[in-house]
Design a protein around this ligand. Structure first.
Ligand code: XIL
Length: 341
């Protein structure tokens, strides 16, 4: 790896990796800064990470460590995530007595205000220690909403019936972007900075036909309503049996929409047991998919892998999904991604 070409030098788009503070020191940090220009906090900027047990906004030491690491190493930071149904405290969706919020106007106002307060608290905090957005601040992008599309076709609007949706309807997506735009691109932005934080919608299985249709339809509705969506994110948690053409097709589907795109969470499982032959196949897969990204570099805000080493992957049980092994050695996957043999 020492003499391997830095991955970031083989592509014309920023290349990122999801981490926590374990990857900010020692040999892992050296490997990371050699090959990547961007980091995503894998868990520690999710809604639940910002609150203590008494519901008090309390920045997580891991979020602080990642902001410091990005600033010190000159890395970009892609924030993840403001509004999601996962890893979010239950009290967001409850009255103080624990009864669930309903879709009454009064309860809608409560949840919208909670969302606004949350988004503004995150923006105020992330600008406080590291400077206004658009100047020295490492934050360049944010997943504003995550996984809002339903996995099936049963609903006409294609929207996931999450607690956010149950209370506010589809408008929760509009509100999230409007609040994020106000906070990150205006109130806490540097003077004169023009949309310093790129605001993304993000989802998985966007390489699959039905989900992709529902996703594209929502993006069209949002843009038609003037919602300040700057980018479309594709998680791309895939396996060797997912055709690379499906990933390329997903990017092509959104190429004419008029917003940028990001590959936000790429990983490619081999299946188990993991064999040398499968790891070689995976190398060819990563080569083909990175070549597809290179051909579309002009449309890509960034491409991120969802973890540095296999042992740290949330999908390790499905087979060695990432570019480096647990000894920090480059796998065929790395050499493929970098365009080598
Ligand atoms: C995953 C993390 O990788 C795990 O460590 C955590 O236990 C669960 O969440 N889609 C997303 C990510 O948007 O936030 C998820 O990350 C993976 C799927």
């Amino acid at each position: 790896v020492e003499d391997a070409v830095p991955l970031k030098d083989t592509v014309d788009f920023p290349v990122g990796v999801a981490i926590d503070s374990r990857e900010t020191t020692g040999a892992a940090a050296e490997l990371l800064t050699r090959h990547f220009d961007q980091i995503t906090p894998e868990n520690h900027m999710k809604p639940e990470a910002w609150y203590d047990a008494d519901r008090v906004f309390t920045p997580h030491p891991e979020a602080i460590a990642l902001m410091d690491f990005a600033r010190d190493e000159g890395l970009r930071l892609y924030g993840h995530v403001l509004v999601w149904h996962g890893q979010t405290p239950a009290w967001f969706f409850e009255h103080d007595d624990g009864t669930p919020l309903t879709n009454s106007e009064a309860d809608q106002a409560i949840l919208a205000e909670r969302m606004r307060t949350h988004i503004f608290a995150v923006a105020e905090y992330l600008s406080s220690g590291w400077g206004a957005f658009g100047a020295e601040n490492p934050l360049v992008a944010l997943d504003v909403v995550n996984e809002v599309i339903d996995d099936g076709a049963q609903y006409a609007d294609g929207m996931r019936r999450s607690r956010w949706y149950d209370v506010l309807g589809e408008e929760f997506v509009d509100l999230a972007f409007q609040y994020a735009d106000e906070a990150f691109n205006h109130v806490y932005a540097a003077d004169g900075a023009d949309r310093p934080v790129t605001l993304f919608i993000n989802d998985y299985n966007t390489e699959q036909a039905g989900k992709q249709d529902r996703y594209a339809a929502l993006v069209d509705r949002l843009l038609a309503r003037g919602v300040p969506v700057d980018g479309v994110g594709h998680q791309f948690h895939v396996s060797l049996s997912t055709p690379v053409s499906a990933l390329a097709g997903a990017l092509d589907r959104f190429a004419d929409v008029g917003v940028t795109q990001a590959v936000t969470e790429l990983d490619v499982t081999t299946g188990t047991p993991v064999t040398d032959a499968l790891l070689v196949d995976q190398g060819y897969y990563y080569r083909a998919v990175f070549d597809a990204f290179r051909e579309r570099a002009g449309e890509l805000f960034s491409v991120s892998v969802w973890g540095l080493t296999d042992g740290r992957s949330w999908r390790v049980d499905s087979g060695a999904p990432l570019l480096f092994d647990d000894a920090l050695q480059a796998k065929p996957a790395f050499h493929g991604a970098a365009g080598g043999e």
